[in-house]
Design a protein around this ligand. Sequence first.
Ligand code: FES
Ligand SMILES: [Fe+2]
Length: 293
Amino acid sequence: MWKKAWQFACREEDIPEAGDYLVYDVADLSLIVVRTEGGDIKAYHNACLHRGTRLCDDSGHANQLRCPFHGFTWSLDGALTDVPCRWDFPHVRAEEFGLPEAQTGLWAGFVFVNPDPGAESLETYLGDLDKHFAPFALQDRFKAIHVAKVIDCNWKVGMEAFLESYHVIATHPQLLEYLGDSNTQYDVYSRADGLPGFNRMITPQATSSPHLEPLEPQDVLDAMFRDFYPDGWAPSRSPRAPRRARSSPRPCARTWPRPPARTCRGPATRRSWTPSNISSSRTWCRGPASGRR
Ligand code: FES
Ligand SMILES: [Fe+2]
Protein backbone atom coordinates (compact mmCIF):
# COMPACT_ATOMS: atom_id res chain seq x y z
CA MET A 1 0.00 0.00 0.00
CA TRP A 2 2.74 2.49 0.94
CA LYS A 3 4.24 2.15 -2.53
CA LYS A 4 1.08 3.61 -4.03
CA ALA A 5 -0.33 6.02 -1.47
CA TRP A 6 0.22 9.74 -0.94
CA GLN A 7 1.59 10.06 2.57
CA PHE A 8 2.71 12.86 4.85
CA ALA A 9 6.51 12.88 5.18
CA CYS A 10 7.32 16.13 6.98
CA ARG A 11 6.50 19.82 7.26
CA GLU A 12 8.11 22.32 4.91
CA GLU A 13 9.73 24.07 7.88
CA ASP A 14 11.55 20.83 8.73
CA ILE A 15 13.79 21.45 5.70
CA PRO A 16 13.81 25.25 5.22
CA GLU A 17 17.21 25.71 3.55
CA ALA A 18 18.70 24.28 0.38
CA GLY A 19 20.52 21.10 1.38
CA ASP A 20 18.32 20.37 4.40
CA TYR A 21 17.13 16.81 4.24
CA LEU A 22 15.11 14.34 6.23
CA VAL A 23 14.83 10.57 5.85
CA TYR A 24 11.29 9.27 5.67
CA ASP A 25 11.07 5.55 6.44
CA VAL A 26 7.88 3.56 6.15
CA ALA A 27 7.73 -0.25 6.14
CA ASP A 28 10.63 -1.30 3.89
CA LEU A 29 10.68 1.99 1.98
CA SER A 30 13.14 4.77 2.68
CA LEU A 31 13.11 8.18 1.00
CA ILE A 32 15.42 11.18 1.31
CA VAL A 33 13.24 14.30 1.30
CA VAL A 34 15.51 17.20 0.42
CA ARG A 35 15.31 20.92 -0.35
CA THR A 36 17.16 21.60 -3.60
CA GLU A 37 19.20 24.68 -4.57
CA GLY A 38 16.22 26.01 -6.48
CA GLY A 39 13.98 25.72 -3.40
CA ASP A 40 11.98 22.74 -4.64
CA ILE A 41 11.46 19.69 -2.49
CA LYS A 42 12.39 16.31 -3.94
CA ALA A 43 12.28 12.77 -2.59
CA TYR A 44 14.89 10.20 -3.62
CA HIS A 45 14.96 6.51 -2.88
CA ASN A 46 17.51 6.13 -0.14
CA ALA A 47 19.67 3.51 -1.85
CA CYS A 48 22.91 3.92 -3.75
CA LEU A 49 22.77 2.92 -7.42
CA HIS A 50 26.11 1.16 -7.06
CA ARG A 51 25.59 -1.50 -4.37
CA GLY A 52 22.42 -0.30 -2.68
CA THR A 53 23.95 1.26 0.42
CA ARG A 54 21.68 3.54 2.42
CA LEU A 55 22.73 7.07 1.49
CA CYS A 56 21.42 9.07 4.46
CA ASP A 57 20.14 8.56 7.99
CA ASP A 58 17.88 10.70 10.14
CA SER A 59 18.05 14.35 9.07
CA GLY A 60 20.70 16.93 8.42
CA HIS A 61 22.24 19.29 5.92
CA ALA A 62 24.40 18.46 2.91
CA ASN A 63 25.42 20.17 -0.30
CA GLN A 64 25.49 16.84 -2.10
CA LEU A 65 24.41 13.26 -1.53
CA ARG A 66 27.50 11.09 -1.24
CA CYS A 67 27.39 7.37 -0.64
CA PRO A 68 29.39 6.45 2.50
CA PHE A 69 30.58 3.12 0.98
CA HIS A 70 32.53 3.93 -2.22
CA GLY A 71 31.69 7.60 -2.70
CA PHE A 72 29.31 7.75 -5.67
CA THR A 73 27.93 11.27 -5.39
CA TRP A 74 24.78 13.05 -6.56
CA SER A 75 23.78 16.71 -6.54
CA LEU A 76 20.76 17.89 -4.59
CA ASP A 77 18.92 17.71 -7.91
CA GLY A 78 19.68 14.01 -8.12
CA ALA A 79 22.27 14.19 -10.93
CA LEU A 80 25.31 11.93 -10.73
CA THR A 81 28.32 14.19 -10.18
CA ASP A 82 31.18 11.98 -9.07
CA VAL A 83 32.32 8.37 -9.34
CA PRO A 84 35.66 7.52 -7.73
CA CYS A 85 37.97 5.72 -10.20
CA ARG A 86 35.73 6.95 -12.98
CA TRP A 87 37.84 5.17 -15.64
CA ASP A 88 36.70 1.82 -14.29
CA PHE A 89 33.03 2.56 -14.94
CA PRO A 90 32.77 3.25 -18.67
CA HIS A 91 29.25 1.82 -18.68
CA VAL A 92 27.97 4.26 -16.07
CA ARG A 93 26.41 7.08 -18.07
CA ALA A 94 25.53 10.04 -15.85
CA GLU A 95 22.28 10.67 -17.73
CA GLU A 96 21.13 7.15 -16.78
CA PHE A 97 22.32 7.29 -13.18
CA GLY A 98 20.21 10.03 -11.70
CA LEU A 99 18.75 9.13 -8.30
CA PRO A 100 15.31 7.55 -8.74
CA GLU A 101 12.60 9.83 -7.37
CA ALA A 102 9.27 9.50 -5.69
CA GLN A 103 6.57 12.04 -6.41
CA THR A 104 6.28 14.95 -4.01
CA GLY A 105 3.43 17.34 -3.32
CA LEU A 106 2.82 20.25 -0.98
CA TRP A 107 -0.34 21.13 0.84
CA ALA A 108 -0.72 23.75 3.60
CA GLY A 109 2.93 23.40 4.61
CA PHE A 110 2.82 19.60 4.66
CA VAL A 111 5.17 17.64 2.39
CA PHE A 112 3.63 14.54 0.88
CA VAL A 113 5.39 11.77 -1.02
CA ASN A 114 4.18 8.98 -3.25
CA PRO A 115 6.61 6.35 -4.57
CA ASP A 116 4.26 5.49 -7.44
CA PRO A 117 5.35 7.47 -10.54
CA GLY A 118 1.93 6.85 -12.11
CA ALA A 119 -0.10 8.02 -9.12
CA GLU A 120 -2.76 10.67 -9.41
CA SER A 121 -1.70 14.16 -8.37
CA LEU A 122 -1.80 15.12 -4.71
CA GLU A 123 -4.36 17.77 -5.56
CA THR A 124 -6.74 15.21 -7.04
CA TYR A 125 -6.09 12.84 -4.17
CA LEU A 126 -6.93 15.42 -1.50
CA GLY A 127 -10.08 16.56 -3.23
CA ASP A 128 -12.15 18.87 -1.04
CA LEU A 129 -9.89 18.63 1.98
CA ASP A 130 -8.88 22.28 1.56
CA LYS A 131 -12.40 23.41 2.23
CA HIS A 132 -12.58 21.61 5.56
CA PHE A 133 -9.22 22.83 6.81
CA ALA A 134 -9.59 26.44 5.67
CA PRO A 135 -10.57 27.76 9.16
CA PHE A 136 -7.33 26.42 10.62
CA ALA A 137 -4.97 28.18 8.15
CA LEU A 138 -2.41 25.40 8.57
CA GLN A 139 -0.20 27.00 5.93
CA ASP A 140 0.44 29.85 8.39
CA ARG A 141 1.42 27.57 11.26
CA PHE A 142 4.59 25.79 12.17
CA LYS A 143 5.65 22.78 14.14
CA ALA A 144 6.78 23.86 17.62
CA ILE A 145 7.50 20.43 19.03
CA HIS A 146 7.66 16.91 17.61
CA VAL A 147 6.70 14.09 19.94
CA ALA A 148 6.87 10.51 18.68
CA LYS A 149 6.43 7.11 20.26
CA VAL A 150 7.04 3.69 18.78
CA ILE A 151 4.13 1.38 19.50
CA ASP A 152 4.67 -2.33 19.16
CA CYS A 153 1.54 -3.15 17.20
CA ASN A 154 0.16 -3.38 13.73
CA TRP A 155 -0.10 0.24 12.57
CA LYS A 156 -3.77 -0.16 11.63
CA VAL A 157 -4.65 -1.19 15.19
CA GLY A 158 -2.95 1.91 16.59
CA MET A 159 -4.54 4.17 14.01
CA GLU A 160 -8.03 2.82 14.49
CA ALA A 161 -8.02 3.67 18.20
CA PHE A 162 -8.10 7.32 17.15
CA LEU A 163 -10.82 6.94 14.52
CA GLU A 164 -13.76 6.44 16.83
CA SER A 165 -15.06 7.40 20.24
CA TYR A 166 -17.08 4.22 20.68
CA HIS A 167 -14.38 2.68 22.89
CA VAL A 168 -14.27 5.57 25.38
CA ILE A 169 -16.94 4.28 27.75
CA ALA A 170 -15.14 0.97 28.14
CA THR A 171 -11.48 1.91 27.73
CA HIS A 172 -11.15 5.29 29.48
CA PRO A 173 -14.53 6.24 30.95
CA GLN A 174 -12.97 9.01 33.05
CA LEU A 175 -13.23 11.13 29.88
CA LEU A 176 -17.02 10.99 29.93
CA GLU A 177 -17.22 14.02 32.20
CA TYR A 178 -15.85 16.32 29.51
CA LEU A 179 -15.98 14.51 26.18
CA GLY A 180 -18.80 13.74 23.79
CA ASP A 181 -18.38 10.10 22.80
CA SER A 182 -21.67 8.68 21.57
CA ASN A 183 -22.48 12.07 20.01
CA THR A 184 -19.25 12.17 18.04
CA GLN A 185 -20.10 12.93 14.45
CA TYR A 186 -18.64 10.96 11.54
CA ASP A 187 -18.95 12.12 7.94
CA VAL A 188 -17.81 10.17 4.92
CA TYR A 189 -17.09 12.12 1.75
CA SER A 190 -16.76 10.80 -1.77
CA ARG A 191 -14.42 12.04 -4.43
CA ALA A 192 -15.72 13.66 -7.57
CA ASP A 193 -15.37 10.31 -9.38
CA GLY A 194 -17.51 8.57 -6.76
CA LEU A 195 -14.68 6.59 -5.15
CA PRO A 196 -14.31 6.73 -1.38
CA GLY A 197 -12.59 9.95 -0.44
CA PHE A 198 -11.97 10.85 3.18
CA ASN A 199 -13.90 10.92 6.39
CA ARG A 200 -14.26 13.50 9.12
CA MET A 201 -14.75 12.94 12.83
CA ILE A 202 -15.90 15.71 15.15
CA THR A 203 -15.65 14.98 18.85
CA PRO A 204 -17.16 17.64 21.11
CA GLN A 205 -15.05 18.45 24.15
CA ALA A 206 -15.68 20.42 27.33
CA THR A 207 -19.15 18.95 27.40
CA SER A 208 -20.25 15.83 29.23
CA SER A 209 -21.09 12.57 27.52
CA PRO A 210 -24.72 11.75 26.68
CA HIS A 211 -24.15 8.62 28.78
CA LEU A 212 -24.24 10.81 31.91
CA GLU A 213 -26.82 13.10 33.37
CA PRO A 214 -25.78 16.60 32.23
CA LEU A 215 -23.06 18.10 34.42
CA GLU A 216 -22.71 21.69 35.51
CA PRO A 217 -20.10 23.59 33.46
CA GLN A 218 -17.89 23.97 36.54
CA ASP A 219 -17.92 20.21 37.09
CA VAL A 220 -16.92 19.67 33.48
CA LEU A 221 -14.02 22.11 33.85
CA ASP A 222 -12.96 20.59 37.15
CA ALA A 223 -12.79 17.15 35.55
CA MET A 224 -10.71 18.48 32.65
CA PHE A 225 -8.28 20.25 34.96
CA ARG A 226 -8.06 17.17 37.14
CA ASP A 227 -6.86 15.12 34.16
CA PHE A 228 -4.91 17.77 32.23
CA TYR A 229 -3.07 19.13 35.28
CA PRO A 230 -2.71 16.19 37.66
CA ASP A 231 0.07 18.04 39.50
CA GLY A 232 -2.01 21.15 39.98
CA TRP A 233 -2.68 24.15 37.86
CA ALA A 234 -0.95 27.52 38.14
CA PRO A 235 -1.82 30.67 36.15
CA SER A 236 1.69 30.87 34.67
CA ARG A 237 1.16 27.48 33.01
CA SER A 238 -2.19 28.35 31.50
CA PRO A 239 -2.85 32.07 31.29
CA ARG A 240 -6.09 31.56 29.42
CA ALA A 241 -7.63 29.20 31.92
CA PRO A 242 -11.07 30.19 33.17
CA ARG A 243 -11.04 32.28 36.33
CA ARG A 244 -13.32 30.00 38.25
CA ALA A 245 -11.26 26.91 37.65
CA ARG A 246 -9.64 25.57 40.78
CA SER A 247 -5.92 25.97 41.21
CA SER A 248 -5.38 22.56 42.71
CA PRO A 249 -6.42 19.18 41.44
CA ARG A 250 -9.55 17.72 42.83
CA PRO A 251 -9.48 13.98 43.35
CA CYS A 252 -12.02 12.11 41.33
CA ALA A 253 -15.03 11.71 43.57
CA ARG A 254 -16.41 8.77 41.67
CA THR A 255 -15.34 5.23 41.15
CA TRP A 256 -14.80 4.26 37.54
CA PRO A 257 -16.23 2.77 35.52
CA ARG A 258 -19.58 3.97 36.57
CA PRO A 259 -22.69 2.61 34.90
CA PRO A 260 -24.44 4.90 32.44
CA ALA A 261 -27.11 6.90 34.22
CA ARG A 262 -29.44 6.18 31.38
CA THR A 263 -29.32 5.13 27.80
CA CYS A 264 -27.77 7.37 25.21
CA ARG A 265 -29.89 10.34 24.32
CA GLY A 266 -28.72 10.28 20.73
CA PRO A 267 -26.57 12.79 18.94
CA ALA A 268 -26.49 16.35 20.14
CA THR A 269 -27.78 18.92 17.73
CA ARG A 270 -25.24 21.04 15.89
CA ARG A 271 -26.87 24.11 17.39
CA SER A 272 -25.50 23.16 20.77
CA TRP A 273 -21.93 22.96 19.42
CA THR A 274 -20.84 26.54 19.47
CA PRO A 275 -17.37 27.91 20.11
CA SER A 276 -18.67 29.57 23.26
CA ASN A 277 -19.43 26.38 25.08
CA ILE A 278 -17.21 23.72 23.60
CA SER A 279 -13.96 23.12 21.89
CA SER A 280 -13.92 20.30 19.42
CA SER A 281 -11.39 17.87 18.17
CA ARG A 282 -11.55 16.88 14.57
CA THR A 283 -9.77 14.09 12.85
CA TRP A 284 -9.60 13.64 9.14
CA CYS A 285 -8.46 10.40 7.63
CA ARG A 286 -7.52 9.86 4.07
CA GLY A 287 -6.78 6.38 2.87
CA PRO A 288 -5.78 5.08 -0.51
CA ALA A 289 -8.51 5.12 -3.12
CA SER A 290 -10.32 1.81 -3.36
CA GLY A 291 -8.80 -0.51 -5.91
CA ARG A 292 -5.33 0.78 -5.13
CA ARG A 293 -4.79 -1.01 -1.86
S1 FES B 1 27.52 1.27 -2.62
FE1 FES B 1 27.40 3.37 -2.89
S2 FES B 1 29.22 3.89 -3.90
FE2 FES B 1 29.32 1.78 -3.70
FE1 LIG C 1 -8.69 6.56 22.93
